[in-house]
Design a protein around this ligand. Structure first.
Ligand SMILES: [Zn+2]
Length: 202
């Protein structure tokens, strides 16, 4: 059961991650069409990165040219930042807008020792699921302070209710018992409460 929930949550994560990345890609395409200089810079950045990788692989005077590559890349990035600034576009505009920036909507994080663990956002989603399933999520509107005895009849009718007290008096007695239970919750000698009734009643 938990695995099914986890799998469906992970599918949702994959979907929103892809969507965020696709949206960023679309923003980039639109902007680069409007500002071709940005597209040129991007191209130059890509080719510099490829050339740098080639040099590392071929060990072709890499150490001599390392600084040259790094300077070029830094300069291009600066140029790109300046253009965005001049256009009043925030620097993260071209980056994917992930719901969780910690795990980038993957649900998992890898630490510096390459150990993978579940991100707090995914843990929270699993907790929310259990919480909703337990019906406890209604606590903010269904609690002692919103309890209204007036919706119960004040009429004593033994034939109808099988009690010699009114349903309202009865529910108020039950409420007192529940309050007593709550107030004695940490007392190990206090008895538990058992609610019985047809399925669906609460
Ligand atoms: Zn996360």
């Amino acid at each position: 059961m938990t695995n099914d929930i986890l799998n469906s949550l992970l599918k949702e994560y994959e979907k929103k991650k892809l969507q965020a990345e696709q949206d960023a890609e679309n923003r980039k395409d639109t902007l680069y069409k409007k500002v071709p200089e940005l597209a040129n810079i991007e191209e130059e950045l890509n080719s510099s990165a490829i050339n740098m990788a080639k040099n590392i692989l071929m060990n072709d005077n890499y150490n001599i040219r390392k600084e040259e590559f790094e300077n070029k890349i830094a300069l291009l990035k600066l140029k790109k930042e300046q253009i965005l600034k001049d256009l009043n576009i925030p620097s993260n505009y071209l980056k994917p807008n992930y719901e969780c920036n910690i795990c980038q909507d993957t649900g998992y994080i890898t630490d510096e020792n390459y150990k993978t663990s579940m991100c707090s956002c995914l843990k929270q989603k699993l907790l929310d699921y259990s919480f909703n399933k337990s019906n406890m999520s209604n606590l903010y509107k269904e609690n002692f302070s919103t309890f209204n005895p007036n919706i119960f009849s004040d009429e004593v009718d033994v034939a109808k209710y099988k009690f010699n007290i009114s349903p309202r008096k009865n529910i108020l007695n039950i409420k007192d018992k529940c309050m007593e239970f709550v107030n004695n919750f940490d007392n190990p000698n206090y008895k538990n409460l058992l609610f019985v009734g047809n399925t669906g009643l609460r």
